[in-house]
Design a protein around this ligand. Structure first.
Ligand code: ZN
Length: 62
């Protein structure tokens, strides 16, 4: 059963279908060439984590 993944590259975000034999291994996106590892758990295409920079320092001037 193929696994459907979303390319982690925010500039690509191609939907990739890979065989489940590659779970836990690295695959390469055929669109952008990004190499990423396939999660071991079942993962359906869902919203990509919005890369929200949470490193916003709380500036409190006293
Ligand atoms: Zn890609």
């Amino acid at each position: 059963m193929p696994v459907t993944l979303l390319c982690p590259s925010l500039r690509c975000r191609a939907v990739l279908q890979v065989p489940d034999t590659v779970r836990g291994k690295a695959v390469r996106c055929g669109h952008c060439g990004t190499v990423f590892s396939v999660p071991l758990t079942k993962q359906v295409v869902s919203r990509v984590e919005a890369s929200r920079p949470s490193a916003e320092p709380e500036e409190k001037t006293v």
